[in-house]
Design a protein around this ligand. Structure first.
Ligand code: PGA
Length: 256
């Protein structure tokens, strides 16, 4: 059975005190929610707070509540001032790394070739990858949304089966990120089913069935239930609403 995941992408937000309060609030609530082993709750703080967040997760939740970095470098080490290597994330017990987010593609010009290297680094260092893809509004309106996503997925489609099993895909239509506009459940399901079909063609039906595909883009307590109810939507990658413990907890409840 594939994993269900609710992951928070904090982006460049919160300070140490706010991070502590948020993680405390969520973990306290999680102790009272019955989560089975197939569910992962992921906190994605800015890199400096990863050790803090990891250390705050109570031992009873260590199998369930995990942490994600928002980026890693494409090379193992070296003269790359300001960068963080995948091995360093692994060294501080980070579990996941988010790669291919549309903000990184846009502001840092990350393309398929670079992302492929980053994914390889992450997997070589025992990190699981949350790989983001998604079309812009222009691309959707031009009817090329499926081609765009297919092309973005080529960055991970040369992985071995063993490596691919450690990848979670997040479909995040760019027009829905931080805009308050969410894809309709039908739009999300349509793309998720398409992505699963591509995986089946590239790998196998069994691997496709076991791949977790998250939806991201203005997920909120008010729309999480109907989004997560879709057969191919296995949870969410949540930005804004992951910064408030009550909202994040309500979204988690929608996956249980
Ligand atoms: P949002 O961000 O929930 O604020 O739209 C999602 C994301 O960027 O992962």
């Amino acid at each position: 059975m594939r994993k269900k995941i609710v992951a928070g992408n904090w982006k460049m937000n919160l300070n140490a005190e706010e991070a502590s309060n948020l993680v405390n609030g969520v973990c306290t609530a999680l102790e009272n929610i019955k989560l089975d082993e197939s569910i992962h709750i992921v906190f994605g703080p800015p890199a400096p707070y990863l050790p803090l967040v990891k250390s705050m997760i109570p031992s009873i939740l260590t199998e369930t509540a995990l942490v994600a970095a928002q980026n890693c470098h494409s090379e193992p080490k070296g003269a790359y001032t300001g960068e963080v290597a995948a091995s360093m994330l692994s060294d501080i017990a980070c579990d996941y790394v988010i790669l291919g987010h549309s903000e990184r593609r846009k502001y840092f010009k990350e393309d398929n070739e670079l992302l492929n290297k980053k994914v390889q680094q992450a997997l070589a260092n025992d990190l699981e990858v949350i790989f983001c893809c998604g079309e812009s509004l222009e691309q959707r309106n031009a009817g090329v949304l499926f081609d765009v996503v297919k092309d973005q997925l080529t960055a991970i489609f040369d992985l071995s089966e063993e490596d691919f099993k450690k990848v979670v895909i997040a479909y995040e239509p760019v027009w829905a990120i931080g805009t308050g506009v969410t894809a309709s459940p039908e739009q999300a399901q349509e793309m998720h089913a398409y992505i699963r079909k591509l995986i089946a063609e590239q790998y196998s039906e069994a691997i496709a069935e076991n791949t977790t595909i998250l939806y991201g883009g203005s997920v909120k307590p008010a729309n999480a239930v109907e989004l997560f109810a879709n057969a191919d939507v296995d949870g969410g990658l949540v930005g804004g609403a992951s910064l408030k413990d009550a909202d994040f907890v309500d979204i988690i409840k929608a996956i249980v």
